[in-house]
Design a protein around this ligand. Structure first.
Ligand code: NZQ
Ligand code: ZN
Length: 385
């Protein structure tokens, strides 16, 4: 097992009715900016519950944070929050609203010239305003991690950042808030969470059986609960299990002491930046091809994953590897998530654009062995055509 440091200070308030508990988590007398998206929270009672819980605080609303949150919009929030002396933020929504709020709280305290540098130049963040979250979409794990992914519309760029100071102070996970999710967002959530586990598990063995089994537990739970969630989004127990599995997929627990990949996410972000394809769908496009391209380097973990998650236990090694990749593709497709670039009307010209962008950016050494170079990215994407 590799050395590791583990730190996760997020307080989780899980279950029905927990939104009412947020008042005790926010310092008395705070001036709160409540951030949200395009209005889904006004159709499912979440907005009313939050407003009721925030009685007694000065509350300013900032709505309109887009899916794949826009830097341009978030900077407006920073401007207003500074003028209004906001000292606590509450993100209410999915990964985009929570990520967007992480960027806002970092930008609030940023002393450099242009907050975009937090993303583009990985400027180190040492201070951020405090914030909490009310999650309405199980998928990203943003509710219990310190990372965020932000889009800049003007340049069609999508970059991530993270810092120990951008963990939420608390997150409410009430499965009832997810009952209004459209099927597309549920299937996206299952695929995103599943991919998060694969990024931290499908690498090479380092004799870490506990991490392996915890990762497999999350994969098996998503395999079982995901299809149920798509069919019955208003079943409390199903959504509770899906919600906690998605959080556990990316809160740092399964990552400790093991190598991680993240090349699929890095490549996938370009497809969202260039074509607006939903984040999870970009992963469903890239992951199967990356598995195939790296079949040799990932062989041991692929065989273990195939056997323990998909019951692939017979045939030659090559047959088992192929059956495992096919089982993964079939799972994504069964959720209605397409896995080829052509399904999204994306062709070779986009691959060329990505290669060019990576060259300009000097991208190199992706993957758990730092052995995925730009020409490999090109080949991986070509397998997805
Ligand atoms: O904007 P509203 O009106 O709220 O509607 C949203 C949005 O249109 C809707 N929605 C959310 N909760 C709902 C609901 N509709 C009905 N009922 C509800 N309860 O769903 C749509 C998509 O929301 P979004 O927040 O964009 O989805 P998701 O949670 O999948 O987040 C995706 C973003 O997170 C980033 C992605 O790159 C992408 O930008 N990620 C963040 C990560 C992190 N912070 O750790 C890791 C991930 O790998 C990912 O990259
Ligand atoms: Zn993801």
């Amino acid at each position: 097992m590799n050395n590791f440091t583990f730190y996760n200070p997020v307080k989780i308030l899980f279950g029905k009715g927990q939104i009412s508990a947020i008042a005790q988590e926010i310092p008395a007398g705070s001036r709160v900016m409540m951030t949200y998206g395009g209005g889904s929270i006004k159709k499912n009672g979440v907005y009313e519950q939050v407003m009721e819980a925030l009685k007694g605080f000065e509350v300013l609303e900032f709505s309109g944070i887009e899916p794949n949150p826009h830097y341009e919009t978030l900077m407006q929030a920073v401007d207003i929050a500074k003028r209004q002396n906001i000292d606590f933020f509450l993100a209410v929504g999915g990964g985009s609203v929570i990520d967007g709020t992480k960027f806002i709280v970092a930008a609030m305290e940023y002393e450099g010239e242009e907050p975009w540098d937090i993303l583009a130049k990985h400027e180190r963040i040492t201070k951020a305003a405090p914030f909490g979250a009310v999650l309405t979409l199980p998928a990203t794990g943003s509710e219990m991690n310190s990372g965020a992914v932000i889009n800049r519309v003007a340049t069609k760029e999508k970059f991530s950042f993270g810092s120990p100071v951008t963990f939420p102070k608390f997150s409410v996970l009430d499965p009832e808030t997810t009952f209004t999710l459209p099927v597309r967002q549920i299937s996206n959530g299952v695929v995103d969470a599943f991919s998060h586990v694969l990024e931290q598990y499908l690498t090479y063995p380092v004799n870490a059986p506990l991490q392996d089994r915890m990762a497999e537990a999350v994969l098996l739970t998503l395999k079982e609960e995901g299809p149920k969630a798509v069919k019955n989004p208003d079943d409390y127990d199903t959504m509770a299990n899906f919600m906690w599995a998605a959080t556990m997929a990316l809160n740092g627990v399964i990552r400790v002491g093991v190598p991680t990949d993240w090349a699929t996410h890095y490549i996938g972000h370009e497809l969202t930046a260039l074509h607006g394809i939903d984040h999870a769908r970009t992963l469903a496009i890239v992951f199967p091809s990356l598995m195939r391209y790296k079949i040799g380097a990932k062989k041991e973990k692929l065989l273990q994953y195939g056997e323990r998650v998909w019951g692939v236990d017979s045939g030659t090694e090559d047959e088992r590897l192929e059956a495992t990749i096919q089982a993964t593709i079939a799972f994504f497709e069964s959720l209605g998530v397409k896995t080829k670039l052509s399904d999204y009307e994306v062709g070779e010209d986009t691959i060329e654009t990505i290669v060019q962008r990576f060259e300009e950016r000097g991208v190199k050494d992706l993957g758990e062995r730092s052995d995925i170079q730009i020409q490999d990215v090109e080949q991986i994407l070509k397998l997805s055509l």
